[in-house]
Design a protein around this ligand. Structure first.
Ligand code: CO
Length: 157
């Protein structure tokens, strides 16, 4: 690493927490509905049912509340389009560690996805809910988690 890159990195380390502390106030338009979902060692989304209005902006904040390290117990939030088969999607995506367990060939089935989070990490994704009312599945594609019940539903109404 060059010295310049190092100092930029040091600055980011100092500034990044300040930015994230300010972001909800400064960067959050009032018409975005904020949904926090906790994920941890129990391999569940809490809550597992979330709501949105048709076409409404949604910001999902995925918060890691477990203790087991991310390499063994990482979680993501992957919201799938209607008509996609969550099990088939997970089966294909779970081996794709290098792309955070979302296989590029199936990205056309994804409405929104986050990278993996581990303990004490938070990551968020903002997206437009589908315009069509209905139930949309979301899953964690970390190997084994979907099979053990790590899934949920976005209800658009
Ligand atoms: Co998971």
């Amino acid at each position: 690493m060059t010295r310049t890159a190092q100092s930029v990195r040091q600055i980011l380390v100092v500034v990044a927490p300040l930015l994230s502390a300010v972001a909800p106030v400064a960067g959050q338009p009032p018409d975005v509905s904020l949904i926090e979902i906790q994920v941890g060692d129990n391999m569940r989304f809490t809550p597992s049912v979330i709501n949105a209005s048709p076409g409404g902006q949604v910001r999902v904040v995925l918060k890691g509340v477990g203790k087991i390290p991310k390499t063994a117990m990482g979680h993501n939030f992957v919201l799938l389009k209607t008509g996609s088969d969550p099990k088939a999607f997970v089966d294909k995506s779970s081996p794709a560690r290098e792309t955070d367990f979302v296989v590029p060939a199936m990205k056309d089935q994804v409405i929104a996805a986050t990278p993996l989070v581990g303990p004490d990490e938070t990551i968020d994704v903002t997206f437009a809910a589908p315009k069509k009312a209905g139930e949309y599945a979301f899953v964690c594609t970390f190997p084994g988690h979907f099979k053990l019940g790590m899934k949920g539903q976005l209800i658009v109404k």
